[in-house]
Design a protein around this ligand. Structure first.
Ligand SMILES: C[S@@+](CC[C@H](N)C(=O)[O-])C[C@H]1O[C@@H](n2cnc3c(N)ncnc32)[C@H](O)[C@@H]1O
Length: 253
């Protein structure tokens, strides 16, 4: 398994096939629990302005809006933005989202009370400098005193129980197999995903930079944030060596 070459892998990865493979793994009830946890951890007042970036198909953006916030998404994937708009329209709502790179957001300085970046969405660029660019954009669009919530896989735990081979079956019968390789020097996890749905077969490759809390803390400080709270899961538990998730709330001073 070698590192993908050419255009960055994330340019074409998040398409309709990605949606069909991932949407069944995120029941709405789970996204509701995550949104409730984010509201609690961020201490959001009613009507707070929230940017969900990247927002994917808006599974959190739409629930923030439903909870009475002014929620906006930003994402680069036309397929996922279209899926979100269709889902919102079917429910009589609206997915307010910009087609934008999280390193160059089309919003004015200080426009938001909170920014959320969840589901290991910072490590896509495979570069500290590019990730700091994205964090600086989040910093710029936050009002002073506003907060960023960042959530990702927790490298210490992932590495301790790294699954080089994995397999699962989706509710529609799609069979999925994953092969992974972790490079401890770069911190990059390379994955090849192969799936089979009836006669249809497909393959996807990604490379994700996994980070420890120590590394995330350093990037946040480089971008100007003051990290204030670390959690080990959505239940607000304390971050430990074997915590399954890494959730950090960081403030723009
Ligand atoms: C792992 S998904 C998470 C999406 C969403 N936060 C969620 O929890 O469902 C990562 C998202 O990042 C988006 N993405 C990748 N590179 C991006 C970039 N440079 N700028 C904006 N969005 C990007 C993808 O289209 C995808 O929707």
């Amino acid at each position: 398994m070698s590192a993908p070459s050419g255009p960055p892998w994330w340019r074409g990865y998040f398409d309709d096939a990605y949606f069909l493979l991932h949407d069944p793994l995120f029941p709405e009830e789970m996204s509701r629990v995550e949104v409730a946890a984010m509201r609690e951890m961020l201490g959001l007042p009613d009507g707070a302005r929230i940017l969900d970036a990247p927002s994917g198909w808006g599974r959190h953006t739409l629930l923030f809006e439903e909870a009475g916030h002014h929620a906006v998404g930003a994402d680069l994937s036309p397929a996922l933005l279209a899926r979100g708009k269709a889902a919102a329209a079917a429910g009589g709502g609206r997915y307010r989202a910009a087609a934008a790179d999280i390193r160059a957001l089309p919003f004015r300085d200080g426009a938001f009370d909170a920014v959320v970046n969840v589901f290991t969405s910072l490590g896509l660029f495979l570069s500290d400098d590019e990730d700091v660019r994205a964090l600086r954009e989040a910093f710029r669009v936050l009002r002073p005193g506003g907060k960023l919530l960042l959530e990702s896989m927790h490298r210490d735990d992932v590495v301790a129980q790294y699954a080089e081979r994995d397999a699962w079956v989706l509710p529609d019968g799609t069979q999925v197999r994953a092969r992974r390789r972790f490079d401890p020097v770069t911190g990059i996890s390379h994955e090849v995903l192969r799936w089979r749905r009836g006669e249809e077969r497909g393959e996807k490759r990604h490379a994700l930079r996994l980070r420890t809390a120590t590394e995330i803390d350093g990037l946040l400080r480089r971008a100007g944030f003051t990290p204030i709270e670390y959690y080990g899961d959505w239940d607000g538990s304390r971050l430990e060596r074997d915590s399954p998730r890494l959730v950090v709330v960081a403030a723009r001073p």
